[in-house]
Design a protein around this ligand. Structure first.
Ligand code: FAD
Length: 308
């Protein structure tokens, strides 16, 4: 059975037999400066040969960040052969404005939207729907489906969204988003594989059969991740805090520990049957590249070259 298979896989030599038989995707954020733009582009170029099924670019509230997301996604669509996905939120926008943004993506050849409600620009205020806007991600999905036959991904929360009334009502909302026309959910980051497995079981028990893709956050800056986790409600395991203790002044060692921790989590997810991984790259390629390599991913074409 699945448990036996999982423990056999874990007992095998580290990463032995992982043949890269999984799908990967990478998330980026839109760059604010020319230097950041260069770094983002280096990362895209580094990760592209691993043939991700898509790469996505996040979206913030406000005009200039919207433009940056659009420009980044449009450039990926233009200059690479990787399907590019644009995140889109309901924050501070009317339905008409959202339609304009979505139409511009469609015209730029973008066929995949990650549809979100979004958070208000300042972290101490609550989300309030625009008077002519969408009040939730489910409504946004419905609206987008009416515009174009986009492929749509949505969010999911293994540790429950902080605003949810209960874990069960959070899963009901997820179901609504999928019933409205989304084809997969990508999870918020988490640090214990069991957290994901429990969520996957609860979602399946609620009758959802769509793909739930774990969002993997390779932690290289522990202090920053601790701050982010406080906002997202992600638990930081005691063992993980312990692993990063004393490494503040040792960035290279910290990177190695980061790769080890994230790779081990992916290995355990794989052993539990997971074959899809979404990486929060934070616009840096190396950690995600190393983890994918350990999962057996090789640049497209490398296998044939070896065989020749
Ligand atoms: P929804 O799915 O609409 O709602 C989230 C949860 O809130 C629901 O599951 C439900 O439990 C509860 N809820 C909502 N409405 C109600 C209601 N009326 N009554 C009771 N409960 C309710 N943010 C950005 O700004 N830009 C991004 O690019 C971005 N990308 C993301 C990518 C991923 C993979 C994830 C997981 C999150 C991302 N976020 C992004 C963060 C996201 O915008 C926030 O988590 C936001 O608070 C909720 O958005 P949602 O789409 O999950 O909302």
């Amino acid at each position: 059975d699945q448990m036996q298979e999982a423990s056999r896989a874990l007992a095998a030599p580290l990463f032995a037999g992982l043949a890269g038989d999984c799908e990967i995707s990478f998330e980026f954020f839109p760059p604010k400066t020319e230097k950041m733009e260069e770094q983002l582009w280096d990362s895209v170029v580094t990760l592209a040969p691993l043939a991700p099924r898509f790469v996505s670019v996040t979206y913030g509230a406000g005009g200039t960040t919207r433009e940056r997301t659009h420009n980044t996604v449009a450039r990926i669509a233009r200059e690479t052969n990787i399907p590019a996905a644009a995140h889109l939120t309901c924050v501070e926008a009317s339905k008409g404005e959202i339609a304009d943004v979505a139409n511009a993506y469609w015209d730029a050849g973008v066929r995949h939207i990650v549809a979100l409600r979004g958070d208000p620009p300042s972290s101490d205020s609550k989300f309030v729907a625009h008077p002519d806007g969408y009040a939730s991600a489910a409504e946004l999905v419905e609206g987008l489906r009416k515009l174009h036959p986009f492929e749509i991904s949505v969010s999911a929360y293994p540790e429950t969204h902080p605003e949810a009334l209960s874990a069960a009502s959070d899963i009901d909302f997820l179901k609504r988003k999928l019933d409205s026309g989304a084809s997969r959910a990508i999870t918020q980051f988490f640090f214990e594989p069991e957290t994901f497995f429990r969520f996957r079981d609860a979602v399946a028990a609620a009758g959802v059969d769509a793909e739930i893709v774990p969002g993997i956050m390779p932690v290289s800056n522990f202090a920053a991740i601790t701050r982010m986790s406080a906002m997202t409600g992600t638990a930081i395991p005691v063992w993980m805090a312990h692993l990063f203790e004393g490494l503040d002044d040792h960035p290279p060692a910290r990177q190695l520990v980061a790769a080890t921790v994230a790779a081990e989590m992916c290995r355990r997810l794989y052993a539990g049957g997971v074959r899809d991984f979404h990486f929060y790259t934070l616009n840096r390629a190396e950690l995600s590249y190393a983890i994918c390599h350990l999962l057996g991913k090789r640049p497209a074409g490398a296998a044939q070259e070896q065989a020749a």
